[in-house]
Ligand binder design. Structure first.
Ligand code: NAD
Length: 273
C-alpha cells in the first residue's frame, strides 16, 4: 500500500494509466456527491432517513409499494437535474480515448450515461433509478408517467400486463442482475489496472470486484475521501476530493496531464495502447 501526498499520487495515477493495457473503473456514490446526489454512508445522508424496504416486503404489500414509490420520488426531488461532475467527465475521456474499457458502477443515478459513455461500456450492478420496469414482463416505464398515475390513483403503479412496476434498481434482498455480474467479472479479469472511485467498498457482492482484480494480477488504485477496508491491498491510494483528484486526467487526447508539485502541468505519454 502506498499513500502519498496528493499531487504526486495524481502524477502516479496518470503514469499507471499511461502504462496500462486496459483500465477498468469501479464507481460508487462518492463520485456523484459533487453533482448534488448524496452518498449513502456519509453522516446525515437522506438515503438513510428511513429503514430500507426489503424486496420481499415490496412484493407482498401494496402499502409498502406505495411507500417505496413516495420515498423514491422524494429522493428524486432532492437531486432532480443533477449533471455529471468532474469525476464522470474524466472517466468519459478515458473511455473515449480507448484506455478504459468499462465502468462498473454501483450507482443508480445514470450520470455515467449522461457523461457520454456508451451504454455498452457501463455495467450497472445495482440497476438504474432513472426509469422503472415491470417485474413480470420487463416493459420499461418512464418515471413521469408512473408518478402521474400513482398520484392520480393513490395506488402503486401496475403494468398493462397486470405486473408490479418497480424502479429499475436492486433492492435489499433482491437478486443481483446476473448478466451485469457476469460482465463485471469479465471486465475485472480482463484489466491490468482497476480503479475504485468513491466507494466505501462495504457493499457486497459489488465490493468483491476490486479484490478479484488485484488477485488476478491487476494494479489496484483506490480514490476516496476516507479509508476503505481494501486500502492495504491497493498499489496506490488517493485520499481527497474525487473531482479535484481526477479533474486533469485524460485531457489532451491520448496524453495524460497531471500536476507536478510546483503546479505545472506534467504530461505522460501513453505508450501501451
Ligand atoms: P457509500 O456511501 O457507502 O460510500 C461513498 C464513499 O465516497 C464514502 O467513503 C465517502 O467518504 C466517499 N465520498 C463521498 N463524496 C466524496 C468526494 N466528493 N470525494 C471523495 N470521496 C467522497 O457508497 P457506495 O460504496 O457506492 O455504496 C452505497 C450503495 O448505495 C450502493 O450500492 C449504491 O447503489 C447506493 N447509492 C447510490 C447512489 C448514486 O447512485 N449516486 C447514491 C447513494 C447510494
Amino acid at each position: 500500500m502506498k499513500s502519498v501526498e496528493q499531487t504526486s499520487s495524481r502524477v502516479e495515477l496518470a503514469h499507471l494509466l499511461s502504462q496500462c493495457g486496459n483500465a477498468v473503473a469501479f464507481t460508487g456514490a462518492g463520485i456523484s456527491t459533487e453533482c448534488g446526489v448524496p452518498d449513502f454512508r456519509s453522516p446525515g445522508s437522506a438515503w438513510r432517513r428511513n429503514k430500507p424496504i426489503p424486496f420481499a416486503d415490496f412484493l407482498a404489500s401494496e402499502d409498502m409499494r406505495l411507500e417505496a414509490w413516495r420515498r423514491k420520488f422524494a429522493m428524486d426531488d432532492i437531486y432532480a437535474g443533477a449533471k455529471p461532475g468532474r469525476g464522470h467527465a474524466a472517466l468519459q475521456r478515458l473511455v473515449a480515448s480507448g484506455i478504459m474499457s468499462a465502468v462498473i458502477t454501483q450507482n443508480i443515478d445514470g450520470l455515467h450515461q449522461q457523461s457520454g459513455i456508451p451504454d455498452a461500456q457501463i455495467i450497472e450492478l445495482h440497476g438504474n433509478g432513472t426509469y422503472a420496469h415491470c417485474l413480470q414482463c420487463g416493459t420499461r416505464h418512464e418515471l413521469a408517467e408512473v408518478r402521474a398515475e400513482m398520484e392520480s390513483r393513490c395506488a402503486p403503479p401496475l403494468c398493462g400486463c397486470g405486473g408490479i412496476v418497480k424502479s429499475a434498481t436492486i433492492s435489499f434482498g433482491q437478486a443481483m442482475p446476473r448478466e451485469a455480474m457476469q460482465r463485471a467479472k469479465g471486465a475485472t479479469l480482463a484489466c491490468d489496472l482497476f480503479i475504485a472511485i468513491g466507494s466505501s467498498l462495504l457493499v457486497q457482492p459489488a465490493a468483491s470486484f476490486p479484490l478479484l482484480a488485484k488477485q488476478n494480477g491487476a494494479a489496484l488504485v483506490i480514490v476516496n475521501g476516507e479509508a476503505t477496508p481494501l486500502d492495504d491491498q491497493a498499489d496506490l491510494v488517493l485520499n481527497g476530493d474525487i473531482g479535484d483528484l481526477l479533474d486533469t486526467l485524460g485531457r489532451d487526447g491520448g496524453r495524460f496531464s497531471s500536476a507536478t508539485s510546483d503546479g505545472r502541468p506534467q504530461d505522460t505519454e501513453k505508450t501501451s495502447l
